[in-house]
Write a protein that binds this ligand. Structure first.
Ligand code: PXL
Length: 277
């Protein structure tokens, strides 16, 4: 059987809920064949409040991985945590040279709970190397604010302005994840295709067990694109997938609760409403 092939260029989350671990689990749940190019290894310190260590792999090791995976050929790929300008440039060049058209850029700049941007130079590098190859970009509010240069994004109106800017910068489709910081009564994400805005809403879930939600959402979009869905449908289905995963988030230890990547297939999906705004 020929499976659709998906690739994640991202960091390893040793705790298993986010990063390439989230991506592979999500690819698998969508029946695609997942491959990886690992950029960094993230560790968490149980003796220091689960503080993250981020260890960037040598750039040649990333290049070898990209050569391996892209020589196979992929139906869709995503990026996640790219920790340095060098890593971003290498990923961007690899993607461009591969000619892959289904490219989902998840511009990870901070891990949940930590508000330091990985490294300030990454913003400009993402604009230069990743936005132009992005079929879909999936920033959270913070990342959308940095990339669009518009500063803090807090409202649906701010999200719309930021989405327009990211589209101008080259991303064909923009999906801004509302998350907890959004001033809105529902959990809402904004979709912009350069023409129309859609608001995707679910009921807010009162949980802190949502580690890996962003990676899982972007990975589900990637797998849906690989499976031949159009972008709008790929995003809507991915929103259902991640909403279910958040509803069934669970406690891994005293520090972290990951989403349940397989929740949609096991338990079904919560309601997602879509309206043009
Ligand atoms: O959730 C963002 C994220 C992405 N990638 C890796 C991570 C994290 C957060 O912990 O560790 C590797």
């Amino acid at each position: 059987m020929a499976l659709k092939k998906t690739l994640t260029i991202a960091g390893s989350d040793t705790s298993g809920g986010a990063g390439i671990q989230a991506d592979l689990k999500t690819f698998q749940e969508h029946g695609t064949y997942g491959m990886t190019a690992i950029t960094v290894i993230a560790t968490m310190d149980p003796d220091n409040n689960w503080n993250h260590g981020v260890y960037t792999l040598p750039i040649d090791v990333l290049k070898e991985q990209l050569k391996t995976a892209l020589s196979v050929g992929v139906d869709a790929l995503k990026t996640g945590m790219l920790s340095t300008e060098d890593v971003i440039r290498t990923a961007g060049e690899g993607i461009r040279e591969s000619g892959t058209s289904h490219v989902v850029i998840d511009p990870v700049m901070v891990c949940k709970g930590e508000d330091e941007v990985l490294n300030p130079g990454v913003v400009d590098a993402m604009i230069e190397h990743l936005l132009p190859v992005a079929e879909v970009i999936t920033p959270n509010l913070l990342e959308a604010g940095f990339l669009s240069g518009l500063g803090p994004v807090k409202t649906i109106d701010d999200m719309k302005k930021s989405a327009e800017k990211l589209h101008e910068l080259g991303a064909k489709y923009v999906v801004i994840k509302g998350g907890k910081r959004l001033q809105h009564e529902k959990a809402a994400d904004l979709y912009f295709d350069g023409d129309k805005f859609l608001l995707l809403e679910t009921e807010k879930v009162d949980t802190t067990y949502n580690h890996g939600a962003g990676c899982t959402f972007a990975a589900a979009i990637t797998a849906n694109l690989a499976n031949g869905l159009g972008v709008e449908e790929a995003v809507l289905e991915a929103k259902k997938f991640v909403a279910a995963a958040i509803v069934h988030g669970w406690q891994l230890n005293e520090f972290v609760g990951p989403v349940l990547h397989g929740a949609k297939n096991e338990f079904g999906v919560p309601d997602v409403t879509v309206k043009e705004i």
